[in-house]
Ligand binder design. Structure first.
Ligand SMILES: [Zn+2]
Ligand SMILES: [Zn+2]
Length: 263
């Protein structure tokens, strides 16, 4: 994360039009880092064989009850993330009140469980984004522990082997393999180099690919489902993926996709 912050600071200087987005991201990273310093390491009771068998059966590993949420910290994070979003005008005055209410409510653990299990949240603006930030320190820590026990080489599915979320980014390795990066817990797993990770479309002629001028970042747009995924090309990049910085560094690619789709 310190490298992500350094990269975002440098981005804000290089590309002033991205400075606000970079500063917002830095604020969010710094808020979650404070909680990360207080995390306890979860103990996963399942044996390595059980975990490997789950993966072989196509089941993601992490169950909600295994995540050691410290609810007071989660509530604090929700409030702080909402305040940051408000400061950068990403939510309006009513929106921030609604988010604060979610963070205070007695049913927060049940709401978080529903979100974790993929149930769409009721209509509170930016709630899913806020829950990602509030849950990620705990999800990430638990996923790290799991990753020390099993590897995800054979997974090759469209959703995260640890927490079942969709990928948010990708990395192309030196050998041209594509790894997807989970949008929630940041775990990486291998996936077919050209298939769409959202709908599974494998018809290369219906997937449009674009790259930045330096070739470091690519985006693959799936024409049937309309979704797209960005990637860092490790064959061209002088540094590894920075999962908190690269989504912001590549915002111009998102804008290019939007223009292409006429949005
Ligand atoms: Zn995940
Ligand atoms: Zn698709």
């Amino acid at each position: 994360m310190p490298r992500d912050i350094a990269e975002l600071k440098s981005l804000a200087e290089r590309q002033p039009e991205l400075a606000t987005a970079a500063e917002l991201q830095i604020s969010l990273i710094e808020t979650t880092r404070r909680v990360q310093g207080r995390l306890t390491t979860p103990w996963i009771e399942s044996s390595t064989e059980t975990l490997a068998a789950r993966l072989a059966a196509g089941q993601s590993l992490l169950e909600f009850d295994q995540i050691l949420f410290e609810w007071n910290d989660v509530r604090l994070l929700i409030r702080q993330v909402a305040d940051i979003l408000r400061r950068y005008d990403a939510v309006d005055a009513d929106g921030v009140v609604a988010l604060h209410n979610v963070g205070r409510a007695a049913d927060l653990p049940e709401r978080m469980r529903a979100w974790f299990n993929g149930t769409p949240s009721p209509d509170v603006e930016m709630l899913d984004e806020v829950l990602v930030w509030a849950a990620r320190p705990y999800l990430q820590r638990t996923a790290e522990v799991l990753q020390q026990r099993v590897n995800f080489e054979g997974w090759r599915r469209r959703t995260c082997p640890a927490c079942a979320a969709e990928p948010d980014f990708a990395v192309i390795t030196a050998t041209g393999e594509r790894l997807l990066v989970c949008g929630r817990c940041l775990v990486r797993w291998p996936f077919a180099a050209t298939d769409c990770p959202f709908c599974g479309n494998s018809d290369r002629s219906s997937i449009t690919s674009m790259a930045t001028a330096d070739g470091i970042y690519r985006v693959a747009i799936c024409n049937p489902c309309g979704r797209y995924i960005k990637a860092l090309d490790g064959r061209k990049s002088p540094r590894p993926l920075l999962p908190y910085a690269d989504p912001i560094v590549t915002l111009p690619l998102d804008a290019a996709v939007m223009r292409r789709q006429g949005k």
